[in-house]
Design a protein around this ligand. Structure first.
Ligand code: GDP
Length: 312
């Protein structure tokens, strides 16, 4: 299959996985090249943990815990319970089966294999046929600046359950982050590029800041289609509103459109936001309204079909 008939997808975690679940029903998995945020990656217990990469991989492999949206289905936490005793640590959750992925990835990476190659191997072993590509092979960590100091994004998200004031968001290591070899070409050649309904600040922005990615997207703006992660000015889940507010951005579909305006050609907003469509179009972005609340597989597939069939 030629690169020019493929679709590039920019993805965070759970919001992105919902749309991807629909996309792979509409077209065979081989059609998709998914560039995934790795800013949430964290090292704990000596293990290299990549939450968004694993959420996307497990979803496509059909083994994800559907209630939680992350980790393996039917998992146990026996290993974690002992780790908690040893490390006197209690806020991060890793299931026993999930731990096997982290052990395998860490083992490969400790042997000098890159994160992207390790991801490829994990995908092959789990039967995933999409190309899942980390945004970079270098280590980038998203940190949240709070009045209590600088904390890892996962600490903000899990330990504090996002209930701590955000002063700023930074991506440690981003200055040195190069895209994985061939990724810019894939973006240039793709038939379409889909920006998933993911958190714009901590899932999409780190990907955009990897050297060359934002500039390449600008060059092919007419092929870039975003799906808004806010409906009636509110996230379906997660701290998108809190983080946008902290960065003085308007918490609305318009605010997201403005944030993406330099590289976004097309934007799908929820039908409940149709009133702000003209305001977004004034930014030079072709705007469409659709039911974007992906409550079940049927709705995921319907939105995916709408995007795939969009005549751009
Ligand atoms: P994570 O799941 O926390 O890793 O974060 P993501 O970056 O994947 O996505 C969180 C964003 O996805 C939030 O802004 C949610 O509002 C958005 N989201 C989740 N589910 C849906 C949905 O069904 N429809 C739309 N439009 N957005 C969604």
């Amino acid at each position: 299959m030629s690169e020019s008939s493929k679709i590039v997808v920019l993805a965070g975690g759970i919001g992105a996985a919902k749309l991807i679940n629909g996309l792979i029903v509409v077209l065979p998995e081989e059609n998709f090249q998914i560039i995934v945020n790795t800013g949430d990656d964290i090292e704990l217990f000596g293990l290299k943990i990549c939450p968004d990469l694993d959420i996307i991989t497990y979803n496509i492999a059909g083994i994800v815990d559907k209630n939680k949206g992350w980790g393996f289905e039917n998992d146990n936490f026996n290993c974690l319970n002992i780790l908690k005793k040893y490390y006197d640590f209690n806020w991060f959750n890793i299931g026993d089966k999930d731990a096997a992925t982290h052990i395998f990835r860490t083992d490969l990476m400790n042997k000098g294999i890159s994160k992207s190659e390790a991801t490829k191997t994990i995908c092959n072993k789990l039967g995933v046929k999409c190309e899942i590509i980390p945004m970079t092979d270098t280590w980038v960590e998203t940190h949240i600046i709070t009045p209590r100091g600088d904390i890892h994004f996962e600490e903000y998200f899990i330990k504090y359950n996002t209930n701590i004031l955000v002063k700023d968001v930074i991506f440690n290591g981003i200055d040195k982050a190069e895209p994985v070899k061939g990724v810019l070409k894939k973006i240039e050649k793709a038939k379409k590029i889909i920006i998933c309904p993911s958190n714009p600040i901590v899932s999409i922005k780190p990907i955009l800041e990897v050297k060359g990615i934002r500039d390449t997207l600008k060059k092919v703006k007419n092929k870039v289609i975003g799906v808004c992660p806010l409906i009636k000015g509110a996230p379906v889940k997660g701290p998108t509103d809190k983080l946008m507010k902290a960065l003085n951005l308007e918490v609305s579909a318009f605010g997201v459109a403005k944030y993406y305006a330099d590289f976004l050609g097309h934007f799908i907003i929820d039908k409940q936001d149709k009133k702000i469509k003209p305001q977004i179009e004034k930014l030079g972005i072709k705007t469409y309204t659709y039911d974007t609340l992906m409550k079940n597989l049927q709705k995921k597939v319907a939105l995916a079909k709408y995007i795939i069939n969009l005549n751009i």
